[in-house]
Design a protein around this ligand. Structure first.
Ligand code: SDX
Length: 427
């Protein structure tokens, strides 16, 4: 393969180095393009633009492949647990039994959230969307942990990782407790990480609570499936914000806000709302398919399509099977699961979707499981954030350890040429 790419601009040729990744992905390094030619590239939505080299996640959208640090998502979802996969993503290797034990023990050192944080959450109305509250609380953690993390200090970085893993889970559940008017729970250091999620969410002071192991096992798998996805919108946001040397909590808070959007992580909530609307309108899936295809109708089939996957999202395949298993085990008979399957079958045989390579993505079935587990719809994207946290941490850590420069894209100006100021009484 040629080691360089040639670009000809106004009769002049420029050569740019080509580099090839582990899985033979090719990139053209244009870092000298503007200096040499005065031109920049334009690529709205960065559909063809790489922002970094990364050793964390590999995905192949055409083949529907997803690997975390070289391990297939199928194997990790079947054999791993969420803290183990979090360790893998953040530190690069699957932990030994003692490393995993130490990681869990070290996270437990930081699961107490400063009581003054309750004053902050009390400032929100009960009707506030949990994602907005979570973004604010995550940023507020900086107020109680003001020392900036030195990414070159392994001890400091490890502590920041454990602190973030510990405190984020607690404040994420507080957003639900706030909307319900329930007292805020504390992490129980005698329980596992995902079991604690259930405790933090649903334990009431008036009666004993024991999380259903079927539910904690299903959630553990869902968190693994959401843990990282290379340079998606929210992860790129975390890297961009972190590139200014803003702290880890501030960067994660920005990631939470980016994830909230209905085109990104907010889609899981939008999928459920869409399925419920279809169900309420008699379950006529075909009518909504027509709406999704109608260019004059802003309606999109939420949970379908993906910037990178032009084949089945491998996570969607696993979640679809898990949805059947969990609802079956819990004895939940949810009509919207049948509507989802009907929509999927229609879309997979419809020219509009087939020609645009629109397949179910990670958000299409996840909400059906969350609903069966008793998670309220407006908490679905918070669930996504809890799962994505280790990926955000891993990507922030990699960007800082690699001493990547501050992110600052260029633009092409298309506004007014120079003009003189006109006093207001002369306009
Ligand atoms: C996530 O990047 C990641 O990795 C994200 C994620 C992660 O793990 O971090 O995987 C999580 O965000 C999954 C995606 C969740 N979002 C949704 O489910 C929202 C619905 N999907 C779309 O809005 C859309 O598919 C996107 C935003 C996901 C991707 O959009 P693109 O790549 O910018 O594609 P596009 O909007 O240019 O669409 C291409 C064509 C268009 O039609 P034409 O103009 O060519 O005629 O496909 C159509 C679109 O109108 N299209 C859809 C559609 N998605 C795309 N038409 C109907 N319904 C849809 N869902």
């Amino acid at each position: 393969m040629s080691k360089t790419a040639t670009l000809e601009i106004e009769g002049k040729k420029y050569e740019f180095p080509i580099s090839v990744g582990t899985e033979n992905e090719m990139s053209i390094d244009i870092s000298k393009l503007r200096d040499l030619s005065g031109a920049i590239t334009m690529d709205q939505g960065y559909k063809n633009t790489g922002a970094c080299k990364s050793e964390i996640t590999f995905l192949d959208g055409e083949e529907g492949i997803l690997h975390y640090r070289g391990y297939s998502i199928e194997e990790l979802a079947a054999k791993g647990n969420f803290l183990e996969v979090s360790y893998l993503l953040i530190f690069g290797e699957l932990p030994t039994a003692s490393q995993l034990q130490s990681f869990e023990t070290d996270i437990r050192k930081y699961t107490l959230v400063n009581e003054e944080m309750k004053n902050i959450i009390d400032g929100f109305p009960k009707t506030a969307h949990p994602m907005g509250v979570l973004a604010s609380l995550t940023s507020a953690l900086t107020a109680f942990n003001p020392k900036a993390v030195d990414p070159n200090n392994k001890e400091e970085l490890y502590t920041a990782v454990c602190k973030t893993m510990g405190k984020f889970l607690v404040i994420a559940t507080w957003t639900y407790r706030k909307t319900m008017g329930y007292p805020l729970n504390y992490y129980d250091n005698t329980l596992g990480y995902v079991e604690n999620f259930m405790n933090l969410m649903f334990k009431l002071p008036t009666e004993p609570y024991k999380a259903n192991p079927v539910i904690t096992q299903a959630l553990d798998k869902l968190f693994i499936l959401h843990a990282d996805h290379e340079q998606n919108c929210s992860t790129s946001t975390v890297r961009m914000v972190g590139s200014s040397h803003a702290g880890l909590f501030a960067s994660i808070s920005a990631g939470v806000s980016a994830l909230w959007g209905p085109l990104h992580g907010g889609a899981n909530q939008a999928v459920l709302e869409m399925l419920e609307e279809i169900n309420a309108n008699g379950g006529d899936a075909a009518k909504y398919m027509d709406k999704a295809k109608d260019k004059n109708d802003p309606f999109r089939l939420m949970g379908f399509g993906h910037r990178v996957y032009k084949n089945f999202d491998p996570r969607a395949k696993i979640i679809k099977v898990a949805a059947d298993e969990v609802l079956g085990t819990l004895g939940v008979n949810d009509p919207i699961l049948d509507i989802a399957k009907k929509l999927e079958a229609l879309a997979l045989s419809d020219e509009y979707f087939v020609s645009r390579k629109l397949y179910p993505n990670v958000d299409f079935y996840s909400g059906i499981i969350y609903r069966a587990l008793g998670i309220p719809t407006d908490m679905f994207t918070v669930m996504f954030a809890i799962g994505r946290l280790p990926g955000w941490i891993a990507q922030w850590k990699e960007m800082r350890e690699n001493k990547e420069p501050i992110g600052r894209p260029r633009q092409i100006y298309t506004g007014s040429p120079l003009r003189s100021f006109v006093e207001v009484d002369k306009r």
